[in-house]
Design a protein around this ligand. Structure first.
Ligand code: PLP
Length: 398
């Protein structure tokens, strides 16, 4: 059997998504009547803004239910071009593919570029799906560690050490899942300089762009830095996190034409166009028709971030750095002497709190807390985590 999996493609090496499995488990326990508090959720706990839903309903009522151009509605692509312009990225509609979620855009970008014998650099802690997508392309993952003491931003030395003659791609994710780090201009310039000097492509995943809470750390698109890096960069973004549209499955990628053609061909054979009437909702979102709702969401996340960081700072056994973006706090639990997996499993069993252990995010000593849940849940969960940690210490001293 082993021989057969080795013979037939790379997909045998793939692992299922741990985050989705955890969310399912939490739901199951809640159904059994248990008072489970979940801090593992990777999606905003808000409804999609009314104006966006209305645009979709209108499109449906007008019969916008057939196939459209595989790469996306021209009107939506035009809005996306304007959106990228606002980020300082010069592009045009022919450089854009609209896809069923940012996740699929990332998958297409990696698949279009990489193959066996190629190497792809990812910064750990990383979003776990990158690694699986790279494996699916047949390429090899090269991990560059980042550290809490540096705010989880990479250093030039570490990046250069990871690069070899087969390196084809560097994946950048700022604001970052799971660390919440927003890379400084200096860090992005460093990555851009390395990529340009070695002629390596960059895939920039900017899905959390709107969720930023620290005015000293604005979002910067790496492709906006200069023309040379723009020519090497694929930028992915989407609607899931900024507009509470996870279930709508809508994302997009901007890429140099030679690569965009590959992505476009791949999509035309894989999914055809992203759902037609959903694309009309995307137009409404990018036109800013839900601007006030988005601002309210960001403000709510900002308040929760303050709360969770204050409560975490009262737990001696947990180290963390204040996240600048997204809706996660990465917590180092090394001081408890438990691995992240053990910590998460025991916390669920003993205190009914679901957190995400981050071994599959390249951070085996860390758990990720998501604050895409209300303040009451945050307070309850953090109190239980504190009691859990104190219980560990008491047991040790007995
Ligand atoms: N990129 C990152 C870093 C994410 O965390 C996620 C979702 O959790 C995605 C991409 C996928 O976004 P979408 O829902 O648009 O596929």
């Amino acid at each position: 059997m082993k021989d057969l999996t080795a013979r037939f493609g790379f997909l045998g090496a793939l692992s299922p998504s741990v985050t989705l499995a955890l969310a399912a488990r939490a739901k199951e326990m809640k159904k059994q009547g248990k008072d489970v508090v979940s801090m593992s959720v990777g999606e905003p706990d808000f409804d999609t803004p009314r104006a966006i839903k209305d645009a979709c309903i209108k499109a449906l009522n007008e019969g916008k239910v057939g196939y459209v151009a595989s790469s996306g509605l021209p009107e939506l692509k035009e809005k996306i071009v304007q959106k990228f312009k606002a980020n300082g990225i010069e592009t045009s509609a022919e450089n854009i593919v609209v896809s069923t979620g940012a996740k699929f855009a990332l998958f297409e970008a990696i698949t279009a570029l990489c193959t066996e014998s190629d190497e792809v650099v990812v910064f750990a802690p990383y979003w776990l799906s990158y690694v699986e997508m790279i494996k699916a392309s047949g390429a090899t993952v090269k991990v560059v560690e980042t550290f809490l003491k540096d705010g989880f931003e990479p250093t030039k030395e570490a990046l250069e050490r990871a690069i070899g003659e087969n390196t084809k791609l560097i994946i950048v994710n700022s604001p970052n899942n799971p660390t919440g780090a927003v890379y400084s201009k200096k860090t992005l310039e460093m990555i851009a300089d390395v990529a340009v000097s070695k002629n390596i492509m960059v895939l920039s995943d900017e899905i959390y762009e709107k969720l930023i809470y620290d005015s000293s750390k604005p979002h910067i698109s790496i492709a906006s830095l200069n023309k040379k890096i723009a020519d090497l960069t694929m930028t992915v973004n989407g609607f899931s996190k900024a507009y509470a549209m996870t279930g709508w499955r809508l994302g997009y990628v901007n890429a140099p034409l030679w690569l965009l053609r590959r992505i476009s061909s791949l999509q035309s054979h894989a999914t055809s166009n992203a759902t037609t009437f959903v694309q009309y909702a995307g137009i409404a979102a990018l036109e800013g028709r839900a601007g006030d709702d988005v601002l309210k969401m960001i403000e709510t996340f900002a308040n929760r971030r303050k709360l969770i960081c204050r409560l975490l700072s009262e737990i001696k056994q947990i180290d963390f750095c204040v996240p600048s973006g997204a809706f996660y706090v990465l917590c180092d639990v090394s001081k408890t002497a438990l691995s992240a997996d053990e910590f998460a499993a025991r916390l669920l069993e003993e205190k009914l709190v679901v957190v995400t252990p981050c071994a599959s995010f390249g951070a085996p000593r860390c758990i990720r807390l998501s604050y895409a849940c209300d303040e009451k849940a945050i307070k309850t969960a953090l109190l239980r985590i504190k009691q859990f940690c104190e219980g560990l210490n008491n047991n040790e001293h007995r």
